[in-house]
Design a protein around this ligand. Sequence first.
Ligand code: SAM
Length: 195
Amino acid sequence: MGFLSVLSMAHRLISERLSPGDLAIDATAGTGADTLFLARCCGRRGKVYSFDIQSEALRLTAERLAKAAASEHALAEVALLERSHAEMKDALPQAAHGQIGGIMFNLGYLPAEGADAAIITVPDSTLTALNASLELLRPRGILTAVLYPGHPGGDQEAAQVERWASEIPGAAGQAIIYRQLQRPAAPYLVAIEKK
Ligand code: SAM
């Protein structure tokens, strides 16, 4: 059986904190798996803001949501935003600032056939978005970031995110790591609970 996968652990941490009616952010929509998961957690009265810089990612996400909505009636409304997550503070209404229950990052490239593997998350905008996320979260809100040290460029980004998380003052939040120690190149998870 083994331990939970990194993605399942991220989902578990987020689902334990989100309730119907909550607000959430998917900082990297990709193919929409996390956006759909968040839409389920937030329910019909909740809302999810989903960011990606690639229109193809948002198209795949919209397709996944539409398929699910055909048989599920308790999904949150989702705002699909073709913008960098570095702009999330500007993109969200002021009333949502400090009210977000969960924020998910899944770094790297779009895992879809024909996608341009050169379009990846990069440390500058990732760190800007992570700092904005800490402001947008409500107290006890959860942020998860899945990091990919095995991808070109991903190792540096993972190291920078890990350093950023380890430097968050204890009074601002608690940072943890979930990682298989025998596989240093495998994806791993950093999670923050805002104080
Ligand atoms: N969570 C997704 C899923 O469930 O399929 C996987 C996300 S994928 C690993 C990373 C995504 O981040 C890609 O679709 C990429 O286009 C997007 N991305 C890269 N830079 C970005 C940025 N600055 N802002 C928002 N999204 C970005």
